[in-house]
Design a protein around this ligand. Structure first.
Ligand SMILES: Cc1cc2nc3c(=O)[nH]c(=O)nc-3n(C[C@H](O)[C@H](O)[C@H](O)COP(=O)(O)O)c2cc1C
Length: 168
């Protein structure tokens, strides 16, 4: 049995302590994409993706209010969740930094309402924006899943601030 660790009850919750605690929960990693003005493809790396409902088919993720893409996500009304394969760590980091040309040298096709579907993602869910909910320093986007593309590959995993792979 694992040793019990007693934590003081008065631990102050700071962004850093919360991030550290939440980092113990392993997640997949995805690049969420949409279209901006004049059809410009936009996207960022997320791990806040999760399921909401099977019938109707609903998913969610959250976007920092500071993101320069927030206007496009609010306006376009559709997004794609591109769940990354275990060997797409470089792509994950490329979309996790602010840049004007994140799609340079990236293969993608237009999906539902023109949203970018990344070639080679493990699974892509094309979604219509269903609801946007205020959530502190983020906005929570709920999406109705319209199309699914899937492959058999293994996922990239984020745990304790590191990109890792599942043991086979
Ligand atoms: C593994 C990982 C997960 C992330 N998850 C989120 C997330 O769920 N929501 C979010 O807004 N930013 C998240 N980020 C941070 C964004 O990817 C990063 O701030 C990026 O620069 C945002 O792109 P933008 O500046 O073009 O909006 C995550 C970063 C990493 C590395």
């Amino acid at each position: 049995m694992a040793a019990k660790i007693d934590l003081p009850e008065d631990v102050t919750i700071t962004p850093a302590s919360l991030r550290e605690a939440l980092g113990s929960f392993p997640t997949g990693v995805a690049v969420v994409t949409t279209l901006g003005d004049e059809g410009k493809p936009l996207g960022l790396t997320i791990n806040s993706f999760n399921s909401v409902s099977l019938d109707p088919a609903l998913v969610l993720w959250s976007l920092a209010l500071s993101s320069p893409s927030i206007g496009a996500f609010r306006k376009h009304g559709a997004f794609a969740i591109n769940i990354l394969r275990k060997d797409q760590g470089e792509l994950c980091m490329k979309f996790a930094r602010p840049a004007d040309d994140k799609f340079k040298d990236i293969d993608w096709t237009k999906g539902y309402k023109g949203i970018p579907v990344l070639e080679g993602a493990m699974v892509t869910l094309e979604c219509e924006t269903y609801q946007i909910v205020e959530g502190g320093d983020h906005e929570v986007y709920m999406g109705a899943v319209k199309r699914i593309h899937k492959t058999d590959s293994a996922p990239l995993v984020f745990h304790r601030g590191q990109l890792v792979q599942l043991a086979s």
